[in-house]
Design a binder for this molecule. Sequence first.
Ligand code: SF4
Length: 305
Amino acid sequence: MAVKNLPREELFRLGSGGCPGCPSTLALRIALKALGKDTVFVIPACCAVVGLGSYPKTAFDVPVLSIAFEAAAVGASGVVAGLRRQGKMDTNVVVWAGDGGTYDIGLQSLSGAVERGTDFIYICYNNEMYSNTGIQRSGATPYGAWTTTTWTGKAEQKKDMPAILRAHGIPYMATAVASYPEDLFNKVRKAMSIRGSKYIEILSPCPPGWRFPMEKMVELGRLAVDTGAWALYEYENGQLNFNLKSKSILEKKVEPKPIEEYLQLQGRFAHLFKPKRNEEALQQIQAQSDANWERFRKQVECGVA
Ligand code: SF4
């Protein structure tokens, strides 16, 4: 669906407390256009509650259950059970959580809900850190990135959360970025059409946390895809399917841009370029990205996800 054809109705209203240029606000608007009114959100501690609004002030035009950091997926399981018991079989129950609440604090709750086959859509907007509590590192923070708890750059690689979800045998999972709104919209619609657990992870370049000017947010999301730092794909019926530019990169029809182009736009990686280039770290980041793509190619070739 082309952007101009997305539904005009806004279920996420003006006046939220999110930062200007917030990627998760944009992603929420798009997701809500796909989900429609018959939706209940369950939101743990994250910017969506702190910044974007929950009771008694809210920008959401659908019900929101605000819940403890670790409890989103189990809370959603209860909401699903209650709604289905009332015969409301088609109401969308959606968890909207950051990467801190997904990769780290809420992981056991999410794992349990997916193992039980809970009929919900879990959406992780991944800004690769704990942004609402002061930009601390999370399990999603990439190697080399500055945060307030990794002053000289994170020394560890990030977790591969989508792979952990696939290992649960989840019926549907997808990755997205708000810079490609039609792709995000279509993936949410696809998730709505499938019974059982669905997981969508949206890369969310966050201006204050990643230290870049807010007007570059959409550009940075596209550059993440163009450099191969972020892959757009879906996992359905045990198959991986790549989308848009990521499909061309996977099939080696286009070369990804050097990952440096993506890093250079972000102040959180500035220490890798000044006062002098850290060649070793830069090469390691590029090599890790190349290795990820080789792994994807092997997984697609062998039908192993
Ligand atoms: S800190 Fe980042 S993710 Fe949170 S509201 Fe601001 S821009 Fe959005």
